[in-house]
Ligand binder design. Sequence first.
Ligand code: ADP
Ligand code: MG
Ligand code: MG
Length: 250
Amino acid sequence: MLEIKDLHASINGKEILKGINLTVKPGEVHAIMGPNGSGKSTLSSVLTGNPAFEVTKGSVHFYGKDLLDLPPEDRSREGIFLSFQYPVEIPGVSMVNFMRTAVNEHRKYKGQPSLTASEFLKLMREKRAVVELDTKLANRSVNEGFSGGEKKRNEIFQMAMLEPRLSILDETDSGLDIDALRIVANGVNLLKTPENSTIVITHYQRLLDYIKPDIVHVLYQGKIVKTAGPELALELEEKGYDWIKKELGE
Ligand code: ADP
Ligand code: MG
Ligand code: MG
């Protein structure tokens, strides 16, 4: 479904991604781990079309379509969802209006009619339950005054509403206490289908206790330097990243 080949990307002339190769198949869960500053968030920004980054080389295909040719909103409509490491507050835009617009834009793209008000509210209720998001939050402006944990839960709520084919979770676990972590992970697991894939970016094994990855990658200095099964995450938890740097001859 997703095929990244030799992807290079820069910001302000500084190269951050230095030749990423990654293939994700339908239904797979991939974890991307790696020290701070490796380029993990940059990779998610480039996949979703953040214009701050310039792709200088390589290709990204999603179900055969050239993703890099599409504006961010079409990537979203194609079914790519990013849960931000640092979700932004959007004062003055209510969650209800924000989600109604997003859901109906996606439906329009698929040639489906807009939801009626009552269909939409039913969907909101159903998906809110997935992450136990309070009704009060759903009636407020997007993320405004939400706690760190509530913002992260709200990200997964948005994901539940849009039912993406590829979800990228960028450190969704950071700032979550153990209960919130479990709720968020449950939400992700409930939304899992044999067709939909997930890329989980995380520093910690603990999220991967709940969201079981099929494949674990280490991103370091803009490259994927190691790929293995779930046991790699446990090894990293135990030993840190120094042994990988040693293996690379540093
Ligand atoms: P990670 O998510 O793995 O911690 P990032 O992708 O956030 O890493 O950052 C990778 C590198 O890119 C870092 O050296 C960071 O300083 C740099 N970088 C990220 N965003 C910007 C930006 N907007 N301007 C300049 N440098 C940036
Ligand atoms: Mg970081
Ligand atoms: Mg990051």
